[in-house]
Design a protein around this ligand. Structure first.
Ligand SMILES: [Zn+2]
Length: 269
């Protein structure tokens, strides 16, 4: 089996939905949110790839074998390294307008220089500067992709990052990216928490109004139900009560706080 076949784990979750799982801890053990879930949504004439992963092994040939002759649309849900480093393989990539600059140039992953894992040699060969996609196209809240009998709507969900998006399909599936998942949370500075909570509240209301039952996060388990959103909302709201328990976590330049459901890394900057 080639490294590529061992690295990506593909499963057909539904007739119109593939999940391509990638372990990110192979890059640096500090990342514990395995697996990263890349999603491939298939409509009758087009397919949508949600994120391009760590860029370690070719992803495009795998995606092409799954979509057959459909047209491919590629989206980055936000521009953290594990969601975008495969962009170079694809001619054109969509991202929210707030983060387009981040991925329009080479992406610096020099923070992996001291990783104990051999695999970072793949980045080292590129001087830890990973090339971008040829064309970056911007997204805004409310944009709609029609894949055939499935529509996919873009929801701007700032908080985890300024241009984070979630995707809502006409079949009632909500792809929450890193906005909500069960795993270690990466949060912005404390003064930006109101935005994080506003976004979660928006999603909680959406699930209530539209009767969404399936949530597909970009890390760890899927599908989740809407309890994920309230668990995370309540946890983040309670962080100020746990503030005295915080520890320093240098690698992320963050404060670390734990509760019984989540670990939070809260940015110092
Ligand atoms: Zn992220």
């Amino acid at each position: 089996m080639s490294s590529e076949q061992q690295h990506f784990k593909v499963s057909k979750h539904k007739e119109h939905l593939y999940v391509i799982k990638e372990n990110i801890s192979v890059v640096h053990p500090v990342y514990t949110n395995d697996p990263l879930n890349l999603y491939l949504i298939l409509g009758s004439h087009s397919a949508l790839l949600v994120d391009t992963g760590c860029g370690l092994f070719p992803l495009k040939p795998l995606v092409e074998s799954l979509i057959q002759n459909r047209k491919l649309i590629v989206i980055n849900t936000h521009t953290h390294w594990d969601h975008i480093l495969g962009n170079e393989e694809f001619g054109e990539v969509y991202v929210h307008e707030n983060e387009a600059k981040m991925i329009s140039k080479h992406y610096n992953v020099s923070y992996f220089k001291d990783s104990p894992n051999e695999i970072v040699k793949i980045y080292e060969e590129q001087n830890f500067l990973i090339p971008p996609a040829k064309v970056i196209k911007t997204l805004k809240d409310g944009d709609l992709f029609t894949l055939g009998e499935i529509d996919v709507k873009v929801l701007h969900c700032p908080g985890h990052s300024p241009g984070s998006i979630c995707l809502l399909t006409s079949k009632g599936e909500l792809f929450t990216s890193d906005v909500a998942y069960y795993g270690d949370q990466f949060l912005p500075r404390l003064d930006k928490f109101p935005q994080v909570l506003d976004t979660l509240l928006k999603l909680i209301k959406l699930c209530k109004n539209q009767g969404i039952v399936e949530i597909y996060p970009s890390h760890r388990r899927y599908p989740c139900d809407k309890t994920l959103l309230t668990d995370l909302y309540n946890g983040i709201e309670n962080i100020e009560n746990l503030w005295d328990t915080k520890k320093v976590f240098d690698f992320f330049e963050a404060w670390q706080i734990d509760d019984d459901k989540f670990r939070y890394y809260i940015s110092k900057e």
